[in-house]
Design a protein around this ligand. Structure first.
Ligand code: ACO
Length: 331
């Protein structure tokens, strides 16, 4: 009989680019208003990189901060997973670049490309490898530089997204009060791939003047279709893991929904029976940072003293793929 080892979050970290882009910026370049963006999405401003910054820059800074909180050195890591759809390069993986930057010599490193839930996907993969004892100390990052995939002429997408990175360091729990990842659920429906996609730059439509001229390197999204699927999938996934663990919503101390749109977050929290004072919200200041959304919100809530040792935290997400998932952990 195999005993599964307890996997705990030892440290959290995040890095948000310094450049603040308020809604008023978009009023100057597309037909929109601060009022429309605020009421339809809850977003007031977002962070965007300076020219020249890449995913591994943000991920390395977020990771260093998580390692410091965990009091674990990069040399001790044996697994690095970067959840991102906006890697530095098509090859190699951002995981290998972060390994190099951190000096995490003995780690195996790779990326998980699963859009917004990529952090939860990464957590699920790390949890399985650690539960069976294959790896002892892992770094899981969720990060995205969406700003250079945005068509700044398309008002239906350019106002929604921002850049950033968040990270957790995982280790094995030694005793009571150490916290534990209780459950992770990850799911996909490739039949709905067309609802959010970036058509150009991959093997189907490689870089070419024609591809660029047609703007196929940018995010294309059917926002209102995504909206409906987001609510259904986030609610179902959260209910699934709560029922697996025999946990009811009144036992949840903090809920971190994917920070895409305050209206989606409100409906999901309401359908799960979680009051608004337990919902962690960063969407007003960061917009939708895709894979960074949950680890950044987690890190900020930990550093602000909201999430404390022993708290039960539920997080869930959805995104391009379609992909979705949830995790339940005791911090
Ligand atoms: N400013 C002003 N008007 C706008 C803007 C804008 N920025 N964007 C769209 N509109 C207009 C539309 O053109 C439309 O006008 P019309 O009625 O004349 O045709 C009107 O506003 C309503 O458009 P809808 O798309 O129906 O607006 P909705 O209330 O659905 O809000 C939104 C749009 C915010 C995109 C919403 O659907 C949403 O949040 N969807 C989820 C998207 C999401 O979270 N995607 C991220 C997935 S994560 C990932 O993988 C990257």
């Amino acid at each position: 009989m195999t005993f599964l080892k307890k996997v705990t979050i030892k440290g959290t970290g995040s890095y948000m680019p310094e450049r603040v882009v308020p809604n008023s910026y978009f009023e100057k370049i597309v037909d929109t208003s601060d009022e429309w963006i605020t009421t339809r999405t809850g977003i007031k401003e977002r962070r965007m990189i300076e020219k020249g910054q890449a995913m591994s820059d943000l991920a390395t800074l977020a990771s260093a901060s998580a390692l410091q909180m965990a009091d674990i050195s990069a040399e001790e890591l044996d697994l690095i997973i970067i959840g991102t759809s906006t890697a530095d390069m098509l090859s190699p993986s951002t995981g290998c670049l972060v390994q190099h930057r951190l000096g995490a010599k003995k780690a195996v490193a790779f990326d998980v490309n699963a859009a917004c839930p990529a952090f939860i996907y990464g957590l699920a993969v790390a949890q399985k490898f650690m539960q069976d004892g294959t790896y002892q100390k892992a770094l899981v990052v969720g990060g995205e530089i969406v700003s250079n995939r945005l068509d700044f002429k398309d008002r239906s997408t350019c106002v929604l997204f921002g850049d950033g990175a968040g990270a957790v360091v995982l280790g094995h729990g030694n005793g009571l009060g150490d916290g534990e990842i209780l459950s992770t659920d990850i799911e996909s429906d490739g039949d709905l791939w067309h609802l959010i996609h970036v058509p150009g730059g991959g093997s189907r439509l490689p870089a070419s003047h024609e591809m660029i001229n047609e703007g196929l390197q940018y995010v294309k999204m059917q926002g209102n279709e995504v909206f409906k699927h987001a609510i259904r999938t986030m609610v179902d996934s959260a209910k699934k893991i709560m029922s697996q663990q025999g946990i009811t919503s009144d036992e949840i101390d903090w809920f971190i929904p994917h920070q895409a749109n305050i209206r989606i977050m409100d409906v999901v929290a309401e359908r799960l029976g979680i009051p608004s004072e337990k919902v962690i919200v960063t969407v007003h200041k960061y917009g939708n940072t895709s894979a960074a959304s949950i680890p950044v919100a987690l890190d900020e809530a930990v550093r602000e003293g909201k999430i404390r040792k022993g708290d039960l935290v539920l997080a869930n997400s959805f995104g391009a793929g379609l992909t979705w998932g949830a995790t339940l952990f005791r911090f």
